[in-house]
Design a protein around this ligand. Structure first.
Ligand code: PMV
Length: 330
């Protein structure tokens, strides 16, 4: 039996602008998806995902064969489609089809923009391959998991699967349809509080909405996107110096520009401002927006309480530096 964990991620700066060739800065967080694989000799694949959560709603399926909590079948089926494809891809890699019992648990809400689907794909592939006695290097693992995301979603950037595989902080530089990921060494520990609410729009819809605005008013939107690019470059430098104060100011500006692009929501804005008023060094929405997550640089309980008062759920997170890891080797 093998258990593997893979981290989620947040985007510190640069979402949406990265679609237009600007850089983004992503950070793996110490919140994980865990996948345990145990080979079976009857060729069956049994999946037990007791812990899939959608934006704070706890979903429990198939515990003793029963549904024991409110279940959003849409979310569960969508999460399971990543697992199914990941197993197929892993079987292809080792060129063997062996049945397994898989147990999947998540410390993060699914579908909130924290990269859980990528973490599920990475952890499932690695757990399956290891359980059957094979090895895989991380570059190959990231490539296979990215393939899973592309197969399930139709299109996907390699950001989430790279973060779930390698961990750390990565500077993402789009180059001719590809993304070059450059590891960044932080000059200080970055305390993050993540607030999340149910997501009302998908990443795909939000990217399309920004694209429509860009086409309709290029002279207005283009400078916003370029400004976000400048913020990301400065944010990377501030991070390398460990200048949390400047990082916070840049996050605040980044949030204002994302709001100007139309991807924030009233509740996200309220959470972002509540966090600042409670003493966070800076705060912004993270990921595609349209609900989902915000981040604040802070370790203060007051900030968590302020976010909860607005109706958000809270995760406290730090940096993950390991990426995907086998927890019980041999
Ligand atoms: O949905 P998320 O959290 O993975 O964020 C997507 C980030 C965007 O820049 C909006 C889209 C992209 O593919 O880079």
């Amino acid at each position: 039996m093998i258990t593997v964990r893979a981290p989620g991620k947040v985007i510190l700066y640069g979402e949406h602008a990265v679609v237009y060739g600007e850089p983004a800065l992503a950070m793996a967080i110490n919140k994980y998806v865990y996948v345990t694989a145990k080979a079976r000799d009857d060729g069956k694949i049994n999946i037990n995902a007791r812990d899939l959560r959608l934006a704070g709603i706890s979903v429990t399926i198939l515990e003793n064969g029963e549904v024991v909590a409110r279940t959003d079948y849409g979310a569960v089926i969508s999460a399971l489609s990543y697992v199914k494809r990941a197993i197929e891809v892993a079987m292809g890699y080792i060129d063997k089809k062996v049945g397994v019992d898989l147990m999947i648990q998540s410390e993060m809400p699914v579908g909130a923009g924290l990269g859980t689907s990528a973490a599920v794909a990475v952890a499932t592939i690695l757990a399956y391959i290891k359980e059957l006695g094979y090895d895989i290097d991380k570059r190959e693992l990231a490539r296979l998991a990215w393939q899973v995301e592309k197969d399930v979603q139709g299109a996907a950037s390699p950001t989430d699967t790279t973060m779930a595989t390698f961990g750390g902080i990565m500077y993402v530089k789009p180059e001719g349809g590809n993304a070059i990921m450059e590891p960044v060494k932080p000059g200080a520990n970055i305390p993050l509080i993540i607030g999340y609410t149910p997501r009302v729009s998908t990443t795909k819809d939000l990217v399309a909405m920004v694209r429509r605005r860009y086409e309709a008013m290029r002279d207005v939107i283009e400078p916003i996107i370029r400004s976000i690019g400048i913020i990301t470059r400065k944010g990377k430098e501030a991070l390398e110096r460990g200048d949390l104060e400047l990082m916070g100011i840049l996050m605040n500006i980044n949030h204002g520009l994302l709001d100007a692009l139309g991807v924030s929501t009233r509740q996200l804005n309220e959470m972002v401002y509540a966090a600042r008023n409670a003493g966070a060094l800076g705060s912004k929405l993270t990921g595609a927006g349209g609900g989902g997550c915000m981040i604040a640089i802070s370790d203060r309980i007051e900030v968590e309480k302020a976010i909860e008062l607005i109706g958000g759920s809270v995760l406290r997170a730090g940096l993950d530096i390991e990426g995907a890891r086998v927890l019980n080797p041999g």
